[in-house]
Design a protein around this ligand. Sequence first.
Ligand code: ATP
Ligand code: PRP
Length: 215
Amino acid sequence: MSANLLTVAMPKGRIFEEALELLRRAGYDLPADFDDSRRLIIEVPESGMRFILAKPMDVPTYVDHGVADVGVAGKDVMIEEERDVYEVLDLKISACYMAVAALPTYDPGKDVAPKIASKYPKLTSDYFREQGEQVEIIKLNGSIELAPIVGLADRIVDIVSTGQTLKENGLVELETMIPITSRFIVNPVSYRTKAAQIDDMVDRLAEVVGKGETV
Ligand SMILES: Nc1ncnc2c1ncn2[C@@H]1O[C@H](COP(=O)(O)OP(=O)(O)OP(=O)(O)O)[C@@H](O)[C@H]1O
Ligand SMILES: O=P(O)(O)OC[C@H]1O[C@H](OP(=O)(O)OP(=O)(O)O)[C@H](O)[C@@H]1O
């Protein structure tokens, strides 16, 4: 791998397509078959970039360790991971929010230490500590809405986008917690050693994000 390329950690999955579109609108000439394979490293030397395709939750880890110079990560992941990276730009893509939900029959005053299921144990723990409520957190890796239905948890903390998953599983939202969008993140050392390349990328992205707002 050539060392002078800017390494960009991209989240696979939901955010990927929107992030790719943003990069293209920012003037990066990315191959049409960019996302058509199982390759995890894609070099685009003509744009001076190398992309590494990671699980969304892992993007800040790659950037923190400096194996990626920059990356794209959801605000949810940034809060949960607490990595030593700079969050330099709100890309305003993949918007959703974090919420507390439960079965409609659930009585919030009932339990001393209610069980809260979530994929985000740290975010959940911080939130309830700030609320002054003692809770027991049950970490799950997905299908969070299942937990209250089968009696594993009293409430859940999860991402809501359209609200369809809550609705189809008969859950109701109790509290809206945090609005989420994807962020452009930078490794602090890279920000010094590759300042020109990174500043240019931030400027170009900021330009299209700004334009997007007025459409
Ligand atoms: N409806 C949504 N559900 C989950 N994440 C969403 C949603 N809308 C936007 N996002 C953003 O997408 C990111 C998650 O992407 P994605 O669901 O592809 O990955 P994942 O959670 O690792 O999924 P999986 O474990 O199913 O592979 C979140 O960090 C969040 O910022
Ligand atoms: O409000 P909605 O538009 O329905 O989106 C929210 C749902 O999408 C995500 O789940 P995902 O599809 O990533 O599956 P998972 O439960 O396995 O994480 C999230 O965890 C919610 O369950």
